[in-house]
Design a protein around this ligand. Structure first.
Ligand SMILES: Nc1nc2c(ncn2[C@@H]2O[C@H](COP(=O)(O)OP(=O)(O)OP(=O)(O)O)[C@@H](O)[C@H]2O)c(=O)[nH]1
Length: 349
């Protein structure tokens, strides 16, 4: 899930940075200890790994593929742990590092990869450990492995639960931040995000992309006449009626107040104009019921299209907003596009 990983990048970059500092200083310290024990293999591995950590610290801020960097880093990191565990000079205490594997895996690799990484390396760690530190008494061996195995399992379960609830909370917050609380429609922030994706697609595939700006006519009068609560109901009614007409791929959002927008991937300016006009007709045909009376609503809209009016969301919004204003001045309850104002298209290129 590259998109999901990108969202978590900053949080993971920080965790990886902390781990790099720990392995840099730990690597240097333990290489000296291992040299004093004449354990040249482990000392050489630790010095090499400290050097790798130092190098990664210099490139971590500018690396694009953090997930790849993390995987490339963790694989030898855990492998060195296993080698250390298997060495005759090392002590029982090395197992303490095995306990950190699930936390590191879940924090840096996410739920699925975190789980696979934890099971694999904790499993190997337990196996190497049981071969290395087995005693004469079978009961004692079983007791030690059961203790370490259960402790590792507990850390893994806690790390899994923690990462899962972190992901769910993050999704909930993202959802809240990109949704309009009154209508339940996506908001301007979501439009910016989706526009960037659709813009990239339109550039790659050469397909059209259009934007429609929608503004409810004389909305202030509804508030003034019926009160703010009916005004809110009118906004929700507007959102419901228009959403029914749109396709799954279209992004219908509330920009704020009584202003809305629809992003139409794959639609030309002409098609967007027809869609906007059918939205206008549908709204006019479906009044809001207020105490048994029908409250008619109309809208004014402006259409802009990618490439013709510009390449950025700001340029498309500006053009569509200008045409909506023209629709208001021309008497409201209408849709205005570039052609309606007699604006000429810019020369290609
Ligand atoms: N009930 C309600 N009113 C809102 C909300 N947000 C903005 N408004 C009101 O929307 C009204 C917008 O008024 P104007 O900008 O004058 O626009 P208008 O009355 O629709 O006039 P035209 O756009 O020129 O047709 C203001 O009275 C705002 O207070 C909201 O969330 N709920």
């Amino acid at each position: 899930m590259p998109g999901y990983f990108a969202k978590n990048e900053q949080h993971r970059r920080l965790v990886l940075k902390a781990l790099l500092w720990i392995t840099l200083s730990g690597g240097l310290f333990f290489s000296v200890v291992n040299l004093l024990h004449d354990n040249w293999l482990l000392a050489a591995l630790e010095i090499a790994y400290a050097a790798v950590s130092l190098y990664l610290l210099t490139i971590i801020e500018r690396t694009r593929d953090l997930q790849l960097l993390t995987a490339v880093y963790l694989l030898p990191f855990f492998s060195i742990m296993m080698v250390a565990l298997g060495q005759t000079h090392t002590t029982f205490a090395v197992f303490a590092w095995i306990q950190s594997i699930p936390i590191i895996c879940y924090m840096l690799l996410g739920l699925r990869l975190g789980m696979y990484g934890s099971i694999l390396f904790v499993g190997i760690g337990l196996f190497v450990f049981s071969r290395r530190f087995s005693s004469e008494s079978l009961l004692q061996n079983v007791e030690i492995i059961a203790n370490l195995g259960l402790a590792s399992l507990a850390v893994m379960i806690f790390a899994h639960i923690y990462e899962r609830s972190r992901i769910l909370n993050e999704r909930r917050l993202t959802e809240q931040a990109t949704t309009d609380a009154l209508t339940g429609l996506p908001n301007r922030l979501k439009l910016t995000e989706v526009f960037e994706r659709e813009r990239a697609h339109a550039l790659r595939s050469g397909t059209p992309l259009a934007l429609v700006f929608l503004d409810i006519d004389h909305f202030k009068q509804i508030n003034d006449r019926f009160g703010h609560e009916v005004g809110d109901r009118a906004l929700t009614h507007f959102a419901t009626v228009l959403a029914q007409r749109l396709r799954f791929n279209d992004l219908f959002c509330r920009l704020g107040g009584e202003e809305f927008a629809v992003l139409l991937p794959g639609s030309t300016a002409g098609q967007a104009r027809d869609i906007a006009d059918s939205l206008r007709a549908r709204l006019a045909a479906e009044p809001l019921r207020v105490d048994g009376d029908a409250l008619s609503m109309t809208l004014s809209a402006g259409v802009s299209s990618f490439r013709v009016d510009g390449q950025s969301l700001d340029e498309l919004m500006l053009a569509a907003d200008r045409r909506t204003y023209a629709a208001k001045r021309a008497g409201r309850n209408r849709v205005i596009s570039r052609e309606d104002l007699g604006e000429t298209s810019p020369a290609p290129g």
